[in-house]
Design a protein around this ligand. Structure first.
Ligand code: GLU
Length: 465
């Protein structure tokens, strides 16, 4: 019996699946409980992710509950932004809006009867009293200690009433406050693990008081570290990178943001940093959630996006890039997959693709001045490129190999190394000092366009001398 108790009380503190494997019916249930007052914030998305990962890791259920009791501040757009954001990230819920489930409704605004029922329990137990029209919950005057799975032991001493006055749980207009409805729903929805931001840590002893008064068993709690800006200040709604719906617009792919968010406060305990959602679900554990605040680094997120783009299959990358390119007003032709492949390794964000390929589609591109200056520092460049026009024009069957042979012939004739011609040629073809592989560019542009780009570029060199 004692062993049973121990297992029930600490079913997953070790975080491995072993105890679950003992045949006990301990289905893990987590929930994300956003208040829809704006857009989906990265902090909220990370909380949702950790809840989702924990549930998936343990074969449990993930519930989405919308805490929309504040009618004045909640909007339909804000609700939609949460659903859209979670769908985009791939965080599907097993119960909640649009799906239903055994413990619904999943909008707090529709659960008043349930709250009334629980309120009556507190009335019956003589734990509430009226004061100035509102109803206060009478705290038990003793220290309350919680064992947080991330933060450890936290105690609040309720013996001093002046520090911890009884809390209002029902306003004079009959509406219930956050603490009460949040607790009732976690109990009603049979949540086993409450994973939420550290800003709620100090609320939890209040919640435990309510749970004890209701004669219920508390879920486990895990409060995850706050997200800070690079300078250590608290990340706010207005900070760059705060809104999840900005990410797709800025050219991020969802797996990259998921990966980035996972590492904000959770450590994979390996050198590896790039994980898919499935990898994360296998590896995630609450023990590996850090206690210290997490620093938000937009540059790191962009780097991570690049890593995920690199790992995408060429077809998938082309598909995702085509959407962005079409939005930028460039025409996506049949050969778009060739173009996409050429720039896949060159971009950090999908939004960089249009500019990365524009010169391949449009002949009238501008030249990067620094690149032109660099070409001009090579006094022979003009003559070499002029000679190259001749060699290119003489190629019968154009291919990147044939073009390279023509470059080698030009170099031999001009008495320079072929390598010295590559940079001037690149600038002539693209206007830039960097970009896709030169051979791929030559093959894609073909003989005529390569020649005409050389002819357009050569006068630039002399006219500015
Ligand atoms: N609606 C609360 C919030 O968004 C939920 C807190 C919790 O997860 O318990 O902060």
């Amino acid at each position: 019996m004692y062993l049973m108790r121990l297992l029930v009380d600490y079913p997953l503190v070790s975080g491995n699946g072993f105890l679950l494997g003992c045949g006990m019916d301990m289905t893990i249930r987590t929930r994300f409980a956003p208040s829809p007052t704006g857009y989906l914030h990265v902090g909220g998305a990370r909380t949702a992710l950790f809840c989702w990962l924990f549930a998936r890791k343990h074969g449990g259920q993930f519930v989405l509950r919308v805490e929309d009791t504040d009618e004045a501040r909640n909007t339909d757009e804000a609700k939609q932004a949460i659903f859209d954001g979670m769908n985009w990230l791939g965080l599907d819920w097993d119960e909640g809006p649009g799906i239903g489930g055994p413990y619904g409704p999943y909008f707090q605004s529709e659960r008043k009867e349930i709250y009334d029922r629980y309120f009556q329990k507190l009335v019956d137990a003589d734990r509430v009293y009226e004061s100035e029209g509102a109803w206060r919950f009478r705290f038990e005057r003793k220290p309350i200690t919680m064992h947080d799975l991330v933060c450890g032991e936290v105690t609040i001493d309720y013996r001093d009433e002046s520090n911890t006055p009884d809390m209002v749980i029902r306003r004079s207009d009959g509406s219930y406050v956050f603490h009460f409805v949040n607790v009732v729903d976690d109990l009603e929805m049979k949540i086993t693990h409450v994973i939420r931001g550290e800003d709620h840590l100090m609320n939890t002893p209040k919640h435990l008081q309510l749970i004890q008064a209701l004669g219920a068993v508390a879920p486990k709690y895990a409060h995850i570290p706050l997200i800070q800006n690079q300078n250590g200040s608290k990340m706010s709604k207005r900070d760059q990178g705060a809104a999840v719906d900005d990410y797709p617009r800025q050219g991020f792919v969802a797996p990259a943001l998921v990966n980035f968010l996972a590492l904000l406060g959770w450590s994979p305990k390996t050198e590896e940093e790039i994980f898919s959602l499935e990898d994360l679900a296998q590896r995630f554990s609450l023990e590996a959630v850090n206690r210290a605040p997490a620093r938000f680094d937009v540059e790191k997120c962009a780097w991570m996006n690049q890593q995920h783009l690199l790992r995408m299959r060429d077809e998938d990358f082309a598909k995702a890039a085509a959407v962005v390119v079409a939005k930028a007003g460039l025409s996506v032709g049949d050969d778009f997959s060739t173009l996409a492949k050429m720039v896949k390794e060159k971009v950090r964000l999908l939004s960089e693709v249009p500019d990365a390929i524009r010169f391949l589609l449009e002949n009238e591109f501008a030249y990067d001045l620094a690149a032109v200056e660099k070409v001009k520092s090579n006094a022979q460049a003009g003559a070499s490129l002029t000679a190259m026009v001749g060699h290119f024009s003489a190629v019968a069957e154009w291919s990147s190999e044939a073009a390279k042979e023509a470059i080698a012939a030009t170099a031999a004739e001009q008495g320079v190394k072929a390598g010295q011609l590559m940079f001037p040629l690149r600038v002539a073809l693209s206007g830039k000092s960097g970009g896709p592989d030169l051979g791929a560019m030559l093959a894609y542009l073909g003989r005529e366009r390569s020649v005409s780009r050389l002819q357009r570029f050569i006068p630039q060199l002399s006219s500015m001398l």
